[in-house]
Write a protein that binds this ligand. Structure first.
Ligand code: GCB
Length: 867
């Protein structure tokens, strides 16, 4: 074999392009200029990636359209391409696609997160235009997982579309749309490492062919380390499996998160003359992993505590149709946070991201989207198994992939479903177990040398049914301190599981509270959505995991906020458990992770939740600083205030502030951080009046409304010269209603309600004011909806609704009589009542809610001075 031909791939491409254009394999990405329609009548021009749900899934009015979407595109295929074989490859279409070429149905694919391709040669017209049409369906389908899950199932062609043209002999494209080869490792240790490659080569010719395979392993610098050649014959119209085994490499550079040493495999297929037909390449990473039920996770024979995140693939305003450049940035941010592991939840993400994990050094858990429940049909079982095969075969060659899963919280609906009889429930346990067993067996067979995993929710069902004994590593999704119990209960649970199931390895595959950057508090509490509570929970989990060797690690839920159509928290339709916001702006806890996970360079960060501090009554506030150092010095307005010590990456210091701009600086070994706080003191509203005053009634959290440019202050019992409710004027209970509120973007103001409290006082000085009161009817049923729609209302439904009726008075003057939200407004509708008030005689503002029927409610107050 002459050296020239095999100089390197790019050169050989050039040679081939020059001499035999029509034989070499070519892939064209055909993303641009598709036509899209939801009804086949009105078409618009779009580019792939595309989804039709990036806006409507966040819009209460329009609602989220699950149904059909039609795509079409013309492609020109040159006559030189005639001798080649042609494929259309879709890297992901959510969730069912039927593809037509020039009117011929070329195939259907079910499942929204894996790639598929169809051979289209016989349908093509050469030297002519060809019409490609794709019908996409994201309606609920009982036979396609996921059936039900806490994320939005955006419909559309949202990953690249490729037109692949290959010579008659090529690396197979038909093995579940894989690359047609699989890299296995043998005898990997610090001293040596072996690589074995299994290739599938197809011959589409009607006669025998003679071919040659040339495989090279290069090191990180591009130096050739090993090469293997193989001549072989292919019978007409057949496929062949060829295994090529390299001799062991001596003293390999092992791959790990700290040292992601990669080698490269290059594969070249030629004809007997030596002309290149096909070529592919992959990362090679030498590593081995094991789990030990007592000692945790081991990489290359050394213990490693896995700490990282889960990731969903969507992004604010893009839905799931996110440019790859932005997605890759996510992986960089995850690495910069100090993570050594990612769980790609709850489905395979774009393959380019796994490549990025190879390069950056992040261990990967990857899974298919069988979530919350399964359907007991052959069709569902078959689609599930097909998905897992596609998943394994398409993601097999990434050295970062070490854990492969197939189910998430599969008994969630069983645990909550009240409708099923006991018998039906028993049946459900059995068929779910059966599917799990089939998928576990399939995964072990198709992906030996990987760790099988499954994620469970906090419920005994997984132990009782023994489904938790199937995978090699069990992931528990644990929400202690959020959905139930306290942060400290985590440890109790972990110890109990370890004692009861001493042979099981476990990981905390999810944990985390919702957090909204607009919310802060000095008294963080469960379910308050403050960043302060988010920090408490994440750091509390971390310390409990670090204390326990048997826990292999933890992956936070979630890297970033993500779309979940049915959710209604302080940001509607968004799951807010991100460490980053939906637009990938960091929440403060991101920096805390850096302080405990990144040890190489000195790091310090002053948490500055909103740049804005509102200090009520006194002028001090607790500042939170993160650092990976032990000690530092804190300066306030350029004066040394204190020497500080960090524990678990955190120092908390009570700092005195002055009104206006204050600068805080922290110095630690070789690094500093400095930040400005805009401080507003609320000590005496009469002597120090505010032109705008906003109060978040019924809660200990403050809420920053960036559009109004005002912070709704935390609520409090009244004291002289300030504001607050009069505790003796009723029960004055604080209530949280975690539901979407319509007619507002300030959900957090309405969702916290002060119930049965009749008098409220604000000591503003004399003057003319515009006073806006915020209300919502907190009855959590749809009865008010029926009632509001008067045509549908009937006496029975009216009788069920609790009518809450009260008069509203400002300084004894009635501004609303018989205020009855159930009667007057839609369900969970954000209501404001605005009136002007003249305040005189130093009497301040008194808000009276006089109950006529039921308990009074109030959500917020905004007072604007008009003088
Ligand atoms: C879980 C689920 C995940 C949810 C998460 C939550 O356990 O696995 O899909 O998004 O809880 O936020 O409730």
């Amino acid at each position: 074999m002459s050296h020239k031909i095999y100089l390197n791939n790019s050169l050989s491409i050039l040679i081939c392009v020059a001499f035999s254009f029509n034989v070499f394999a070519q892939t064209k990405i055909i993303n641009s200029g598709w036509q899209y329609s939801e009804n086949k009548a009105n078409w618009e021009t779009i580019n792939i990636p595309h989804t039709w749900n990036n806006k409507d899934a966040f819009d209460d009015e329009s609602g989220y359209r699950r149904g059909l979407g039609y795509y079409q595109k013309q492609i020109f295929v040159a006559s030189e391409e005639k001798e080649n074989i042609h494929y259309l490859k879709f890297n992901a279409v959510n969730q069912e696609a039927t593809v037509f070429v020039n009117g011929h149905n070329v195939g259907n694919h079910k499942g929204g997160y894996t790639a598929f391709n169809f051979e289209i040669t016989k349908y093509l017209n050469f030297n002519d235009f060809n019409l490609i049409e794709v019908t996409v369906d994201n309606s609920h389908n009982e036979n396609i997982p996921p059936l039900d899950a806490d994320f939005t199932f955006y419909g559309g062609i949202y990953r690249d579309v490729e037109l692949i043209s290959v010579p008659k002999q090529h690396l197979s494209l038909t093995d579940f749309a894989s690359d047609g080869y699989y890299i296995n490792y043998y005898n990997v240790s610090e001293e040596q490492a072996g690589v074995e490659v299994k290739l599938l080569v197809d011959n589409f010719d009607s006669f025998k062919s003679q071919n040659h395979l040339y495989l090279k392993i290069l090191d990180a610098e591009g130096q050739l380390i090993l090469e293997e050649h193989k001549d072989f014959k292919l019978n007409a119209a057949t496929s062949k499996d060829i295994t090529i085994t390299f001799p062991e490499i001596e003293n390999p550079k092992l791959w790990s998160p700290n040292n992601p040493n990669l080698y490269k495999l290059e594969i070249t297929l030629t004809d007997k003359k030596g002309d290149v037909l096909d070529s592919k390449s992959s990362n090679i990473g030498f590593r081995w992993v094991t789990v030990d039920a007592d000692k945790g996770f081991f990489l290359n024979g050394k213990p490693i505590k896995l700490v990282g995140v889960n990731r969903h693939q969507d992004y604010e305003s893009y839905g799931n149709a996110v440019p790859l450049s932005l997605q890759k940035k996510d992986i960089e941010l995850i690495k910069e946070m100090g993570s050594n592991v990612i769980r790609f939840a709850h489905y395979p993400h774009a393959r380019e991201l796994y490549k990025k994990c190879d390069e950056l050094g992040i261990l990967v858990w990857t899974e298919i989207p069988i979530v919350n429940k399964v359907t007991n049909t052959d069709a569902f079982f078959n689609v599930s198994k097909q998905m897992q095969k596609e998943h394994i075969k398409q993601y097999y060659n990434f050295p970062s992939v070490v854990m492969i899963g197939y189910m998430n919280e599969i008994f969630l609906r069983l645990a909550f479903d009240k409708k099923e009889s006991d018998e039906e429930k028993e049946d459900r346990k059995q068929f779910t177990y059966n599917l799990a067993k089939q998928l576990e067996d399939l995964t072990r067979t198709e992906a030996p040398n990987h760790i099988t995993v499954m994620a469970l929710h906090f419920n005994e069902l997984y132990n009782e049914t023994k489904i938790a004994d199937l995978p090699m590593l069990v992931g528990w999704n644990l929400y202690f301190g959020w959905y139930h119990d306290t942060i400290e209960d985590l440890g109790v649970f972990l110890d109990d599981q370890h004692q009861r199931y001493p042979n099981r390895s476990l990981l905390i595959s999810e944990y985390g509270p919702g957090a909204d950057v607009r919310i802060s508090t000095t008294e963080p509490l469960r379910y308050d959505y403050s960043q302060d509570y988010q920090l408490l929970l994440h750091s509390g989990y971390y310390s409990q995991v670090m204390e326990r060797d048997f826990v292999t690690g933890m992956t936070a839920w979630n890297f970033a906020d993500f779309g979940s159509e049915f959710r209604g928290e302080t940001i509607p339709h968004v799951n807010q458990k991100g460490i980053m916001q939906y637009n990938r702006e960091p929440k403060e806890v991101y920096y805390w992770y850096q302080s405990v996970l990144k040890t190489k360079e000195p790091f310090v960060h002053i948490a500055n939740y909103q740049n804005q501090l509102n200090l009520i009554e006194n002028n001090t506030h607790e500042i939170v600083v993160f650092s990976n150092q032990n000690k530092g010095k804190l300066y306030v307005n350029d004066v040394l205030y204190k020497d500080i010590n960090f524990e678990l990456g955190i120092a908390k210091i009570e700092v005195p502030f002055k009104q206006g701009l204050n600068t805080v600086k922290v110095e630690t070994a070789n690094t500093t951080d400095e930040t400005d706080f805009n401080v507003e003191l609320f000590q005496n509203l009469k002597t120090n009046p505010k032109s705008v005053l906003a109060i978040n009634v019924g809660t200990h959290i403050s809420f920053r409304d960036a559009i109004l440019g005002v912070t709704f202050l935390k609520d409090r019992p009244y004291s002289d010269n300030l504001y607050g409710y009069l505790p003796n004027s009723g029960k004055c209970n604080k209530k949280l209603i975690p539901f979407n509120i319509s007619n507002t973007i300030n959900e957090a103001v309405y969702q916290t309600v002060l119930v049965d409290c009749n008098d409220y006082k604000v000591d503003v000085p004399d003057g003319k004011y515009k006073v806006t009161l915020y209300f919502v009817e907190p009855q959590l049923n749809n009865k008010t909806k029926v009632l509001f729609n008067l045509k549908e209302a009937n006496d029975d439904s009216e009788a069920d609704v609790m009518h809450r009726i009260f008069d509203i008075k400002l300084n004894a003057k009635t501004i609303s009589s018989q205020f009855n939200m159930a009667k007057m407004y839609d369900d969970k509708y954000g209501i404001t009542q605005t009136s002007e008030v003249n305040i005189a005689k130093n009497e301040g503002l008194t808000i009276q809610l006089n109950p006529i029927k039921g308990e009074t409610v109030l959500s917020g107050i905004l007072i604007e001075n008009l003088d």
